[in-house]
Design a protein around this ligand. Structure first.
Ligand code: HXC
Length: 265
């Protein structure tokens, strides 16, 4: 929607107020793709809590996003692997905002390693952050999502579809996240809760790309360009808004067709 106070390059193709009155809880929302998702929610009227391990980093991110969006951000530290920390974070969120409408499970960890070189603890660490963290967060948020007939967006990846090499830990974790999301769509649809997945492809200028893209290779993308955080923001706004009120149990792949191509990334 056209807003003269916002530069044309950052204006949204969605109406400014589509999430007015909504409140979001975004794990991993202090950096990378999920920071973009948090920002997009705020730009369209939602109040947002961002959650990750380090409060000082979150405070900086919240300040930046208040300045860039004029929106409300609340920073809460928690490690998604620890149910007690998560419960405390959700309690703080509710004490601060009083409700929860949109949960984004975005906290993730990843690195490249062949399976035979992964330590037991390394495999478990990624499963604990991506998969168990998603369960922990969602379980703590459930009563509030039930009260608001809210919506869940899980951030996954296309890696499991073709058994991406060097990524056994993340493949296993993200396949689990996709499965959980379908179960929640089934179990909680009758309660008015929707549950969907966004599976981003190669997104330029992200930690994921710098950590995971093999040096000297370019992802094969039929659409002919790298993804931008903005592409994931658009998918988020669609799924979080009334536009997707009849959409649940879906995995929305936002990758320009990348996963259809053979080979690495
Ligand atoms: C092999 C490694 C490793 C590496 C860590 N480990 N990095 N093993 N290769 N590059 C091992 C450690 O040696 C240790 O095992 C175990 O993993 C846990 O590591 P810690 O550093 O102690 O754990 P922790 O501090 O909890 O860190 C978790 C982490 C880390 C996942 C390992 O990378 C992290 O916090 N990442 C968060 C940021 C991040 O990765 N963002 C990218 C997300 S991108 P031992 O046996 O020594 O104890 C993304 C996109 C996916 O998710 C989809 C892409 C398309």
């Amino acid at each position: 929607m056209s807003n003269p106070s916002i530069p044309v390059s950052t204006q949204s193709i969605f109406k400014d107020d589509i999430l007015k009155g909504k409140v979001a809880f975004v794990t991993g929302g202090g950096s990378g793709i999920c920071k973009g998702m948090a920002e997009a929610l705020a730009r369209h009227g939602a109040k947002v809590t961002i959650v990750s391990r380090t409060l000082s980093k979150l405070e900086v991110a919240a300040k930046e996003m208040r300045a860039s969006t004029g929106g409300e951000f609340f920073a809460v530290a928690a490690d998604v692997r620890d149910p007690k920390q998560l419960q405390a974070a959700v309690d703080k969120h509710i004490a601060h905002y009083g409700r929860l409408d949109i949960l984004i499970n975005g906290a993730a960890g990843n690195f490249l390693s062949l399976s035979q070189h992964l330590s037991f603890n390394a495999f478990r660490s990624v499963i604990e952050i991506d998969l168990i963290g998603t369960f922990n967060t969602t379980k703590c948020c459930f009563p509030h999502l039930k009260a608001s007939k809210g919506t869940i967006i899980n951030v996954s990846a296309t890696l499991p579809y073709n058994g991406q090499v060097f990524q056994s830990h993340a493949c296993a974790a993200k396949a689990g996240v996709d499965a959980l999301s379908l179960v929640w769509a089934n179990e909680w649809g009758p309660l008015g809760i929707r549950s969907n997945v966004i599976a981003p492809g190669p997104i330029a200028n992200t930690v994921g790309m710098s950590k995971l893209a093999p040096e000297g290779t370019a992802p094969r993308i039929p659409i002919g360009r790298m993804g931008e955080v903005r592409d994931i923001e658009h998918a988020t706004l669609y799924l979080a808004s009334e536009a997707a009120s009849f959409v649940t149990g879906q995995v929305l792949i936002v990758d320009g067709g990348n996963w259809l191509q053979p080979g690495l990334t």
